[in-house]
Write a protein that binds this ligand. Sequence first.
Ligand SMILES: *Cc1c(COP(=O)(O)O)cnc(C)c1O
Length: 320
Amino acid sequence: MAKGNGYGFGLPRLAEEAARLGLPSIAVGTAREAAAMRQHFGGDIVILQPWDAGDRVAVELVHDPQIITTVSRIDDLEALASLGGQPPRILVEVLTAMCRHGLAEDELPEVAAWADRFVIEGWTIHLPMRGDSDRHRLAADQLGRAALQVVDAPLWFSHLPTQDYLALAARLGEGRARLRMGTKLWLGDPGALKVTATVLDVHPVRRGQKIGYWQRPAMGEGTLVVVSGGTANGIGLEAPNSAKTWKSRAVALATGALAAAGQALSPYTIRGEKRWFAEPPHMQSSLLFLPAKVDPPEIGDELPVEVRNTIATFDETVFS
Ligand SMILES: *Cc1c(COP(=O)(O)O)cnc(C)c1O
């Protein structure tokens, strides 16, 4: 799986890695990503966002022999068939508890009527990540069986736990099952990744001294540390997370209240602690406030910075 910002590494780099791993296919999110991916990857490219007649690029790619298009509605099978030309290579998506895209189980038999107009490369089954995993496993099994009765083609799973996938794949036989994997493959070992920012400048400040774009008074006596990384890098952005527990909701509320008071904890660590933003991040740098009792870093120092790889844009990625 390679989509969006390429899990922080960029799509070309993931394409290169996939090729190096000898993988026959790569899945991308959108038709536009697929179009761009063609110059980086020689194998099959699966577009996960289901085909839509209103997406010009998706329509253009349908007959590209390298592309596998996902179809999630019977009407779209009809629309695709009416384009003429070579039979498109497709995956047919089955609706799961995700409730995102796909044919309901009782619609599956209708696919049989279209089977000779397409090269059906498989069925796709995308499961939720949370919830009752036994129920999801049973659903994967049941939907898989229902699909296979209509057209005998490989089953492509998303978010099926690896153990369940391996068990199913063993039962289905060689080449009859696929697992689409992104986060676990590229970001599975947090210890393998280190994100740092560079100290660009350091200035002593007095309490109340007006600083920054917004000329807000400094929080106290201390040091203003100018670091690399800003909104263009995804600093200060947060993916909305699914706060599950009352405790995590309370924490979110508390941080929200601080933010409302004009203070926000930054993702940058100096001398073992996350430090406060002196003002909202700029485009490519941020201002941090460091109290006088803390020894300031030096220009050029590298600081740990916590980012979410799927929403960050890095200035440089170094592989060692
Ligand atoms: C993004 C995506 C995946 C990969 O998800 P990860 O959680 O990153 O492994 C798999 N299937 C579909 C349909 C997706 O959109």
